[in-house]
Design a protein around this ligand. Structure first.
Ligand code: SF4
Length: 220
């Protein structure tokens, strides 16, 4: 008789090895939302510099971002890369929050609909894809929406729990069906996946230093 795969085993092992990751590294829900847009295709260290620039220029609020010109905003977030595109995306996100009536308290977006409704509305915002929407839902609004990224595909493909080329939705659904529906668990699990993907389970894996090597069929 085949045993059902245990999707919590990697989590327990990673948590025991790396400890809590204390995500998301943002001071307010709005800062988390901004970070979720800025982190697209760039390292977090670059996002930190861009956010520091916004803070220094007193431009880290919905109202301030809407008032600034796109060119001005792009200069402030330059360290995050793709700054013209991301400036436009930030403006679209802020316009959305304003239209929802939550520009002053973006965390109140949570009170305006169900998780499914909010996700649907976020995905309609220009420049907000599934990973960004789920990062906002989970880390800014504390709603149980599992975040899937390239690290998740790589690691769980190598662990044999997914093929790796499924749609975002299928991978997310597999996690959410296998795990208890808990915000704290989703939060920590994704953060630990990123930690493993950046340290041991790189494109060329360093299996010798990986805490999952004992039960990973893809280990080298
Ligand atoms: S054992 Fe190797 S392939 Fe498997 S998860 Fe760890 S680093 Fe990745």
């Amino acid at each position: 008789m085949s045993r059902r795969p245990d999707w919590l085993r990697p989590y327990r092992t990673l948590l025991a090895h790396y400890g809590p990751q204390h995500w998301w590294p943002g001071e307010t829900p709005f800062e988390v939302m901004v970070g979720a847009v800025l982190t697209q295709n760039t390292a977090w260290s670059n996002v930190e510099k861009a956010i520091a620039n916004l803070r220094r220029a007193r431009a880290l609020s919905c109202g301030a971002i809407l008032k600034r010109s796109e060119t001005e905003l792009a200069q402030l977030i330059r360290p995050a890369g793709y700054f013209n595109v991301k400036a436009r995306r930030l403006k679209h996100l802020c316009a959305f929050l304003e239209a929802q009536g939550v520009a002053r308290q973006p965390e109140r977006l949570r009170d305006t609909g169900t998780l499914a409704e909010l996700r649907h509305r976020l995905l309609a915002v220009h420049g907000v894809g599934e990973e960004t929407a789920d990062s906002i839902l989970l880390y800014a609004l504390n709603l149980p929406s599992f975040v899937v990224d390239a690290y998740t595909r790589r690691i769980f493909g190598r662990l044999g729990l997914i093929a790796g080329d499924e749609t975002y939705h299928r991978i997310q659904a597999a996690f959410e069906a296998a795990l208890p529906r808990e915000v704290a668990l989703y939060n920590e699990y994704h953060a630990l996946i990123v930690q493993l993907g950046k340290s041991a389970c790189r494109p060329r894996p360093r299996c010798g230093e990986c805490p999952l090597r004992r039960f990973c069929p893809g280990r080298l």
